[in-house]
Design a protein around this ligand. Structure first.
Ligand code: 13P
Ligand code: SF4
Length: 316
């Protein structure tokens, strides 16, 4: 049980010093977690930080596939995740056994996989990508080399358009980005005609066609900083608006709604990312659990495609 009078921030700071831990947080985490983290970033930034940290422990405030990446790149370090149920619908959409069969049906294809997948699927892949580096990495693959892209079909279609490459796509989606409503977006655009529309490439084409800028979370954040004093309709998880408001206080940000009347209460919020809370962050540091562990052979197999991603990415 937590003491309601306990100053949570002070306790987390004390434990961070005691454990020599680094707290890494994704932009979709709740505001308080972003504020207390040592570093906030997109999937690529966080993988890079995890690969180079000198801390003894990594406390990963994100989803499980991200924490797994940190562990794979740092097998001797303790990696804690405040809630081990923080999964990802893209990971769920790509079960390793089915993916192995799919891969076997395309034996001459190179397997390029979005980082939003399990360690088992990473181990079946040749190169991992994130939405920040995917286009840059795909452009380095020889023209005559056929490609499988998994698991996000919308990011895959977007990349096919951008690069002109024909790729065989796995049929996976992100439940947050696929639910933005074109009808609601058009209504919002009519109310705010001067607003820039900015979207993550996990959104479907019927949403991306309205966007002035498409990019990863860090790319969307950069775009807002480059256009100070503007209005933005944001088509990604609204957690990132915290950073956007802090970094561009003179701008206005509007959350794009999901499909009105659908079963979810807040369709644009990632239910997995939001499982982490300040209380769970404190408790995981205090109790040193839940700790992420993976079989050494699996980590070895998944490390090569992740390391290839870091080598092939543009320097920061
Ligand atoms: P980014 O790499 O753009 O931060 O994306 C992570 C993610 O899960 C998007 O839904
Ligand atoms: Fe996965 Fe989508 Fe949540 Fe990102 S926003 S972690 S892709 S479910």
């Amino acid at each position: 049980m937590l003491d309601p009078n306990q100053p949570l921030e002070a306790e987390i700071n004390r434990l961070r010093r005691e454990m020599n831990a680094v707290i890494l947080a994704h932009y979709y985490q709740e505001d308080d977690i972003q504020d207390i983290a040592d570093f906030v970033g997109d999937s690529l930034d966080l993988a890079r930080k995890a690969a180079t940290t000198t801390a003894d422990a990594i406390v990963f405030c994100g989803v499980k596939f991200m924490a797994e990446g940190a562990k794979i790149l740092n097998p001797t370090k303790r990696v804690l995740l405040p809630d081990m149920n923080a999964g990802c619908s893209l990971e769920d959409s790509c079960p390793p056994a089915a993916f192995a069969k799919f891969k076997a049906q395309h034996p001459d294809h190179i397997v390029v996989t979005y980082i939003n997948c399990s360690a088992e699927v990473k181990a079946l892949s040749d190169i991992i990508v994130t939405s920040t580096n995917a286009e840059h990495i795909i452009r380095q693959i020889p023209e005559n080399q056929p490609i499988i892209f998994a698991p996000d079909k919308f990011l895959g279609s977007y990349l096919m358009k951008k690069t002109g490459r024909d790729m065989v796509l796995w049929n996976g989606t992100c439940i947050v980005h696929e639910r933005f409503s074109e009808q609601e977006l058009v209504k919002l655009k009519t109310r705010h005609p001067k607003a820039y529309i900015i979207a993550h490439p996990e959104c479907p084409e019927d949403i991306l066609k309205y966007a002035h800028h498409v990019g990863s979370t860090s790319s969307l954040l950069r775009f807002t900083k480059e256009h100070p004093g503007s209005e933005f309709i944001v088509l990604t998880e609204p957690g990132i608006i915290h950073q956007m408001r802090q970094q561009s206080p003179g701008s206005m940000f509007y959350e794009a709604p999901g499909i009105v009347g659908s079963a979810c209460v807040s369709c644009n919020t990632c239910p997995f990312m939001k499982l982490n809370t300040m209380e769970k962050l404190y408790l995981c540091m205090k109790n040193k659990t839940p700790e992420l562990t993976l079989a050494p052979a699996l980590m070895d197999a998944a490390r090569a495609p992740l390391a290839r991603m870091l080598e092939m990415s543009q320097p920061k």
